[in-house]
Design a protein around this ligand. Structure first.
Ligand code: AMP
Length: 354
């Protein structure tokens, strides 16, 4: 009996696509990358590569004809691209999930409508709206662009109402949300997967440390109570169930000082805070995502070790001899220029389960 999917199309060519392609290969599934950048880390390890713009209709049609199912490795693929592809073949997760994650207002509205708490927020498009939002939420608060923010980009912290004009100028007056500042105890994330059969599986929550808005480290398990762990998993399950989602999703949460969980962001894809699963679990988030979108049954999310995953940013990845000498699993993404803050690789250290 042949497998239902022989070639998996992946929109996006970064390190997440690269690790998805490698997981697919292990399952006997070829990956075909579609990305606009000619030097795409994912294409180095894939069976096929289309280098074209996301609105190139002819290239999209040819891509659809050469793969069995399409998935995404970054959420800012235009939703229209997925709609075009969906006329020909299954696209998982669906375009609506991308649309929600692409726009902070849509994302927070979606969550709040389902009774899932977020930081208090207001949509802001003009200076008077920002003034009103600052009155409502107070300071400190954070102004974030509605779209295209990542790794802390497109965000400004406002510590006093007088800084409002400068903050709006710093984000070039782009449509935004103002968020009340959460005095969190820790940040955690749940990597959750949902299959085509509706089955849901969650990995153990990881605890995340950021530096300058960029993820530095994920530690598993997170230092949270059993009750908080259960609530975090329940929130993640509710999100994928109510979205009729297929694939892996990263759900980032704040654990507030009173123990309450607030969802910060949802990422409709494999997630940096789930990289530890490559060594910490028999079935990684990447294999899990490939299984889900290709219609396979989900695999076990059981964890056989404690893990610390550390991102290698910019030139930190250059000293590969030092990295390799240590007792750690090294992942280098094969990217070109090591710009400061750019995610060039990661390392994972395992220890016996406490
Ligand atoms: P984001 O791009 O929204 O994921 O934000 C990047 C990082 O900034 C988060 O992981 C937090 O460390 C911090 N941050 C974002 N929003 C808030 C908030 N409302 N209150 C406190 N810290 C925040």
């Amino acid at each position: 009996m042949s497998a239902p999917v022989q070639t998996l199309g992946i929109l996006g060519g970064g390190q997440l696509g690269r690790m998805l392609a490698m997981a697919a290969a292990r399952l006997g599934i070829k990956a075909h990358i579609y990305a606009p950048e000619s030097n795409s880390p994912a294409a180095h390890v894939a069976a096929g590569f289309t280098c074209a713009a996301y609105n190139d209709l002819a290239a999209l049609k040819a891509f659809a004809q050469s793969v069995d199912v399409v998935t995404t490795e970054f959420e800012n693929v235009p939703a229209g691209t997925c709609d075009i592809l969906a006329n020909h073949i299954p696209v998982r997760p669906h375009a609506r999930a991308l649309e929600i994650a692409q726009d902070r207002v849509a994302e927070k509205s979606f969550l709040n409508e389902r009774g899932i708490a977020t930081a208090p927020w207001r949509a802001v498009a003009t200076a008077p709206e920002l003034d009103a939002a600052l009155k409502a939420l107070g300071t400190p608060s954070i102004l974030k662009t509605r779209r295209l923010g990542y790794d802390g980009k497109g965000q400004v912290r406002i510590t006093a109402a007088k800084d409002a004009a400068g903050a709006l100028a710093a984000i070039k007056a782009a449509p935004a949300v103002l968020e009340g500042f959460v005095d969190f105890e820790r940040e955690i994330s749940v990597i959750v997967a949902r299959g085509t059969d509706g089955a849901i599986a969650c990995y153990d929550p990881g605890e995340n440390d950021h530096e300058d808005g960029i993820l530095r480290r994920t530690t598993v398990p997170a230092a949270i109570s059993e009750a908080t762990r259960k609530s975090a998993l329940e929130i993640a399950r509710k999100i994928v169930r109510t979205l009729d989602y297929v694939g892996v999703m990263g759900v980032e949460m704040f654990v507030a000082s009173d123990g309450k969980l607030l969802v910060n962001e949802i990422a409709p894809r494999v997630h940096n805070t789930g990289h530890w699963t490559l060594e910490g679990c028999a079935i990684s988030q990447f294999e899990q995502h490939v299984r889900a979108v290709c219609g396979w049954p989900l695999g076990s999310t059981a964890r056989h070790a404690d893990a610390v995953m550390t991102n290698l940013l910019g030139s930190e990845a250059d000293d590969w001899q030092a990295l390799a000498a240590k007792d750690q699993a090294v992942h280098l993404y094969g990217k070109g220029e090591a710009r400061p803050g750019r995610k060039m690789g990661h390392v994972t250290v395992l220890s016996a389960k406490a």
